[in-house]
Design a protein around this ligand. Structure first.
Ligand SMILES: [Zn+2]
Ligand SMILES: [Zn+2]
Length: 266
């Protein structure tokens, strides 16, 4: 209890600095426990073996389990020691889900199994080519893009997740709805990343650059009734600024620390 109280006073102090009101505590606890209850089901290696009636949602081209972005593989289906994981509703994934649901395994993106930077016995996990195609992750218009972005042969799902995390955060903070996310095209991950990259991961409101903690960046459609997705159709803001206006926005104390440290002083 002492630890929790200490965290809350730290959080309150931080939020005072960003100018938020202090009536969010209740929601903060709720949101956090909602996330924790799903995450608790996963084993320590970050996987969750099949559960009955697996319910996978497809939002903005990505695969979600109870509002958490997950990658999925099927046990004993792949050849040559390679384990192909899916993160999108590609045709092969849909086919496997229909025919081999009992061997489906969910993986959290922060799992070491998926981290290609970690030279471990698990580096035989490779992303599905169809999923990369579906989310337009292998289509680059300008050569200059290559130097700054994740490229197909270095696809790292954790890095990808950090870039896409705003979708998940907005979803479990009830800032957006699953119904709306379902209307977005399958290549929305690339659209979103292109918009964020165009704005250089810098909040248009407080000017913080969150390149060092990309999960703090949101690109919000200015008019979500128009099906147009050029970078100018988005406004780029940090989670801190969103929380000032929308108190239910989920944020961790580590993230608040980052904002307080790097937010430009007026
Ligand atoms: Zn796939
Ligand atoms: Zn900001």
């Amino acid at each position: 209890m002492v630890k929790i109280n200490a965290n809350f006073s730290k959080l309150n102090a931080a939020l005072k600095q960003v100018g938020a009101e202090l009536n969010f505590r209740y929601h903060f606890v709720n949101n956090k426990s909602k996330i924790a209850s799903t995450r608790k089901k996963f084993k320590t290696d970050g996987t969750l073996d099949t559960i009955e009636n697996l319910q996978i949602d497809f939002f903005a081209g990505l695969t979600f389990y109870q509002n958490n972005f997950v990658a999925i593989y099927f046990k004993n289906l792949d050849q040559n020691d390679e384990i192909i994981f899916h993160f999108s509703n590609c045709s092969q994934f849909i086919d496997h889900l229909n025919n081999y649901e009992s061997s489906a395994t969910l993986i959290l993106p922060e799992s070491e199994k998926l981290d290609i930077k970690k030279k471990s016995e698990n580096n035989n996990f490779i992303p599905c080519r169809l999923c990369l195609k579906k989310t337009n992750w292998n289509n680059f218009v300008k050569a200059a893009d290559w130097s700054r972005r994740i490229i197909i042969d270095q696809f790292n799902v954790l890095e990808f997740h950090k870039q896409m995390f705003s979708i998940e955060r907005e979803l479990f903070s009830d800032f957006t709805t699953s119904q709306f996310l379902k209307t977005l095209p399958n290549d929305f991950p690339r659209i979103l990343e292109a918009a964020k990259s165009n704005k250089k991961w810098t909040c248009q409101k407080c000017k913080i650059n969150v390149s060092g903690m990309k999960q703090l960046y949101h690109a919000i459609l200015i008019d979500d009734t128009i099906k147009r997705y050029s970078p100018n159709d988005f406004i780029g803001v940090c989670t801190g600024c969103l929380k000032v206006q929308y108190h239910d926005m989920y944020i961790t104390s580590e993230e608040l620390d980052f904002i307080n440290k790097f937010k430009p002083k007026k």
